[in-house]
Design a protein around this ligand. Sequence first.
Ligand code: CA
Length: 225
Amino acid sequence: MRLLLVEDERALRTVLAERLKKEGYSVDACDNGDDAAAYLQGAPYDLAVMDIMLPGRDGLSVLRETRAAGRDTPVLLLTARDSIEDRVRGLDAGADDYLVKPFAFDELVARVRVLTRRKFNSSTNLLTAADLTLDCASRTVTRGGKKIALSAKEYALLSYLLHNRDIVLTREQIEDHVWNYDYEGGSNVIDVYIRLLRKKIDDPFPRKLIHTLRGQGYVLREDPD
Ligand code: CA
């Protein structure tokens, strides 16, 4: 999942970005409204966490522009004051949720999970295919009841494949959602990570879940055809 974080308080931005990366999100961060609008236009984010009070344009203005452009990226607003008026303005501008500062990081992470779930029409934290299960809350992966240890990137890739179960994904789609702007790897990085992931979740098992479609991309599904 690729996430945009917009927060002008540097210490908070740094801590939040680290925490969200640790949760398996691919994070781009910026500190003002103009950059936020450009980022939101430039990449298909799965979610944005955005402070309202920003230097220059505020978060509400960025949000309104994003919605006016027809983008439905879920947006969680951060607000310094908890007044009903602020809440109404945020929701009217098209926010999906909001959190009042100061907040507990655990709560932010939980709400981010809910919004991600909603985006993919899922009502639980469990993503499954055959005997493979990924638990977004505890960040654990099991297959056939056996726990499988994955690196952060492998986990992010598997999570994206499972959220899009049965849907063929191009390499470009995978790159856009699992990697962020910091990434400047070679063009075959997707294939490399698919191979690493297969080694752990598919190779030891007779039933394969990740399938390659020549000239198209990859799909995670139970049915090989
Ligand atoms: Ca601020």
